[in-house]
Design a protein around this ligand. Structure first.
Ligand code: HEM
Length: 504
């Protein structure tokens, strides 16, 4: 009745106000109570802030660190991806360690989901369940010292070839990424499939786009997945995996030379032959083999790029490292180094350099965890426990940013010596770092990665001096792909003999 006696515009105005207030109420940002966050706007949460920061720094990781800094601490903060989706963040080493080793937390759907569209049956795409455990058991041979020693030869072959190629590029600034990508793809393909394959190298690059990170990742992934070029690349990779598996099965059924397991397919097929049943489902085997390439390729190339970045920025460390290696490793033209030559005990400074590259370069910068049951976290102010109900999501920022309390004010600086004790021995507990994660879901390939990076550094450091780049190219700014790579990286190589003879 009241509408009949009010002027005609009042009705619509009241209606508009009611709808507006209801909308504001529904879309009101809903952060997790008692966890500091930046002011969030209706509907978008902190999404616009994050997108702006991403545009400026090209990394989501740095945007999240910024949130933690602005909200007063590294132990626990949150970001609202939209008004409705708060995600907890931590960069605190104690908090990270507790979560990584606890059975209460696992990779949740957000983390496994990155890989699910492409390789749904691989470790990377699974939460810990029976399928996951069966895959872990099946691939246990891949971390045995005999397998690692055998496969280290594949990396050495590519290191030799890399040195040959780069020897013809001395004296000029160039981008090392294409050749490193090519070499690493060949080496890892030989480890997984028994032959260095260029097909994998090319198609992997294409497929990697379907795993892109960044704020619009889910949309980007959807678009990339249906692109004909990507579908073709996926098809070729699958055909390749199948053909290599057939070759391996034939070899075993004909009783060929199978005493020495030199690649992952042979490792699995040998188990099949011994037990008389399939160790993994066909899809499981296919996805796991592709995943080993995906997991091992990008991460290792990124680490090699950081090696080059830090070494070229730090000539004094190059001199020290070369001297260290000359004293402990046979000259490369006499014999290639072995896995046993390059242990933390025998070459402690080499190990210190690698661990510091991983710590500061921080290739896999963010990993996600989800509470599998009701549990607790250390609260934002530190010390007090904070409820984390089942389903709580948290991003662990693995870099050095949150380690000032443990490592010191210079934690962001590249200083390999911090890993050595007063006797010059390598001490793995001297500094905190978690580049390969820890606990039940730690990196499967960490041993292999370390072996291949040790070899790479030895070949580079004993052959070339890397010239210090001009100041504007010394920055350690990162760009985010699936991993965090150094931007602005170019290198200029000088053979040590020329340097020692004083030649330009
Ligand atoms: C420097 C090189 C590498 C780095 C920094 C690295 C880092 C990591 C990290 C941080 C994780 C844990 C991810 C998470 O929990 O969300 C991981 C998992 C994994 N990595 Fe690596 N990785 C490297 C090389 C490799 C290589 C060479 C391989 C294979 C040969 C590999 C295979 C895997 C697999 C299969 C997983 C999943 C393990 C699981 O979920 O149980 N990685 N890696």
């Amino acid at each position: 009745m009241v509408f009949l006696i009010l002027p005609p515009l009042v009705g619509p105005t009241i209606l508009f106000l009611v709808v507006y207030i209801a909308f504001k109420h529904v879309t009101r940002p809903k952060p997790i109570p008692d966890v500091p966050s930046l002011p969030a706007i209706s509907f978008f949460g902190n999404g616009l802030d994050i997108a702006k920061h991403y545009k400026k720094t090209e990394t989501i990781h740095d945007a999240f660190i910024d949130v933690l800094r602005k909200t007063g601490g590294m132990v626990l903060g949150q970001v609202l991806i939209s008004a409705f989706t708060p995600i907890l963040l931590t960069a605190d080493p104690d908090q990270i360690d507790r979560i990584l080793i606890s059975q209460d937390w696992d990779r949740g759907i957000r983390s496994t989901g990155v890989f699910k569209p492409l390789i749904p049956h691989a470790l990377l795409a699974l939460s810990i369940d029976e399928e996951y455990k069966a895959h872990k058991r099946a691939f246990a041979f891949g971390v045995s010292s005999s397998f690692l020693k055998e496969t280290s030869k594949r990396f050495i072959e590519e290191d030799h070839a890399l040195i040959d190629t780069w020897s013809s590029q001395t004296g000029e600034w160039f981008d090392p990424e294409p050749e490193l990508t090519y070499r690493q793809a060949r080496a890892i393909s030989a480890v997984v499939f028994g032959e260095p394959s260029n097909l994998i190298d090319k198609d992997l690059k294409t497929l990697f786009k379907t795993l892109s990170a960044g704020p619009l990742a889910p949309i980007k992934r959807m678009i990339e997945k249906v692109r004909p070029t990507n579908r073709e690349a996926y098809k070729r990779i699958i055909q390749y995996v199948q053909s290599r598996t057939t070759i391996s099965r034939k070899k075993f059924s004909e009783g060929g030379d199978v005493a020495l397991i030199e690649n992952m397919i042979d490792g699995i097929v040998q188990k099949e032959a011994e037990s008389g049943v399939a160790v993994l489902s066909p899809d499981g085997l296919r996805d796991e083999l592709v995943s080993m390439i995906l997991a091992g390729d990008e991460t290792s190339v990124t680490t090699q790029l950081w090696v080059l970045k830090f070494l070229s920025n730090h000539p004094a460390i190059q001199y020290k490292l070369r001297q260290h290696l000359l004293e402990r490793v046979e000259p490369l033209d006499v014999r290639s180094p072995t896995v046993d030559d390059l242990t933390p005990e025998h070459t402690p400074f080499l190990e210190a350099v690698i661990q510091e590259v991983l710590r500061v370069g921080n290739p896999v910068a963010i990993i996600g965890r989800e509470a599998m049951r009701d549990t607790t976290l250390v609260g934002p102010s530190g010390g007090k426990s904070f409820p984390a109900p089942k389903g709580t999501k948290i991003l662990l920022l693995l870099g050095p940013e949150g380690t000032e309390g443990r490592v010191g004010k210079d934690t962001m600086e590249f200083k390999p010596e911090r890993w050595l004790n007063e006797k010059g021995e390598y001490d793995s507990s001297a500094v905190w770092q978690a580049s390969f994660a820890k606990g039940p879901r730690a990196c499967y390939g960490s041993k292999q990665a370390l072996i291949s990076i040790r070899m790479f550094i030895v070949y580079i450091s004993l052959t070339f001096f890397l010239e210090k780049p001009p100041p504007k190219l010394q920055s350690t700014r990162r760009v985010e792909r699936v991993t965090l790579r150094p931007s602005d990286l170019v290198i200029k190589l000088k053979p040590w003999e020329k340097l020692e003879q004083g030649e330009n």
